[in-house]
Design a protein around this ligand. Structure first.
Ligand SMILES: NC(=O)c1ccc[n+]([C@@H]2O[C@H](COP(=O)([O-])OP(=O)(O)OC[C@H]3O[C@@H](n4cnc5c(N)ncnc54)[C@H](OP(=O)(O)O)[C@@H]3O)[C@@H](O)[C@H]2O)c1
Length: 315
């Protein structure tokens, strides 16, 4: 008797009702900063062609130009309904913090720049110690009920404040957050692994780690101080040029050779295979770079390879 094998379970949980066929989010902090509009269009087109849907932006990226370019691309290409848009508020000079006034003002500007009537996921970008989480949770809840945002996310919060916000949402009958956006990669493991894995698991939060390539460090292209000179991200990777960083790159490169892949692809594959990670956020400044990132879902690391990488200290 023959039997038909069932379809494999999806590796990653759907996020707030959006099934991600490609569990990678495209970051846009390079739009208007290190890449011009035609390059941004080529990268967005290639991402969409590859099945990508999740795009992450913020009201502060390039003073709003990232949202504007993304909005223009969605209008020119007619793609608004094909993508899941996450944006963030909280440190724009005109809408600083997470007060009710800042939240209700910032969303209008983001919607105008994006040329849409709603964003799918709205992140509080940073904690605001001056505003109670009750006020912020109520302000985000009001946007959900107004149809201006689909869901609420928290970025760069401490685990305690995430828990406080969830408690305030429960107590006030407000929509609870569904997603976290923490800094997490092989180049930056803590505090995510200690503080956020437990809360993401317990509260069933989607996790969208940012700077998933360590700002480009995990591609292996920065090995010496000289290699950082004249590079837009050079200064940011300098602190990783230490023995732990070199050890990490050596292991990534060895695994990349055995997987017939690139180190950036392996680093992203490792992150995607972490059980709490929903979709890492990455940016690219060329379609060649993007191709290496889009290959990550097809690289399946063995348990031994995963353990080798996990055992290395972050640089
Ligand atoms: N919530 C937050 O506070 C926060 C903070 C930071 C970022 N983010 C979000 O997360 C996204 C990703 O973070 P990120 O852009 O800062 O860092 P990242 O994804 O770790 O690094 C991306 C950079 O690495 C380089 N790169 C990409 N692919 C490469 C490849 N295959 N080979 C060699 N170099 C490659 C490119 O820069 P070069 O070509 O210039 O080297 C690219 O811009 C952002 O776009 C943003 O949406 C959120």
């Amino acid at each position: 008797m023959s039997s038909i094998a069932p379809d494999p379970e999806p590796v990653h949980a759907p996020i707030w009702g959006h099934d991600l066929t490609l569990p990678i989010g495209l970051g846009t902090n390079v739009f208007g900063r290190t890449i011009d509009e035609p390059t941004a269009y080529r990268i967005l087109d290639a991402f969409l062609d590859a099945g990508g849907t999740l795009i992450d932006t913020a009201d502060t990226y390039s003073d709003g130009a990232a949202e504007t370019v993304l909005g223009k691309w969605m209008r020119d290409r007619g793609t608004r309904d094909q993508v899941v848009i996450a944006t963030k508020m909280g440190n724009h000079p005109r809408f600083e913090g997470l007060s009710a006034a800042a939240v209700s003002g910032a969303i209008e500007e983001s919607l105008r720049r994006l040329g849409t009537d709603h964003v799918d996921l709205y992140f509080a970008h940073y904690e605001d110690p001056q505003t109670s989480v009750d006020e912020s949770a109520a302000a985000f809840d009001a946007l959900v009920h107004a149809g201006k945002i689909g869901a609420v996310g928290l970025s760069n919060f401490s685990a305690n404040t995430v828990q406080d916000w969830i408690g305030a949402a429960q107590a006030g009958g407000h929509v609870a957050p569904v997603a976290l956006q923490p800094h997490y990669s092989l180049a930056h493991r803590e505090p995510f692994e200690t503080d956020f894995v437990p809360i993401a698991t317990a509260e069933q939060l989607a996790v969208l780690p940012y700077r998933a390539l360590g700002g480009g460090f995990l591609s292996g292209k920065y090995r010496t101080e000289a290699s950082t000179e004249g590079r837009a991200r050079g200064a940011g990777v300098l602190p990783m040029l230490n023995p732990a960083g070199q050890g990490l790159l050596d292991t990534l490169e060895a695994i990349a050779v055995s997987q017939d892949a690139r180190p950036a692809t392996v680093a992203l594959a490792w992150l995607m295979q972490q059980p709490t990670v929903t979709a890492p956020l990455v940016s690219a400044t060329s379609t060649d770079q993007l191709d290496e990132l889009l290959a990550a879902p097809s690289v399946v690391l063995s348990q031994d390879e995963q353990a080798q990488l996990a055992a290395l200290p972050a640089p």
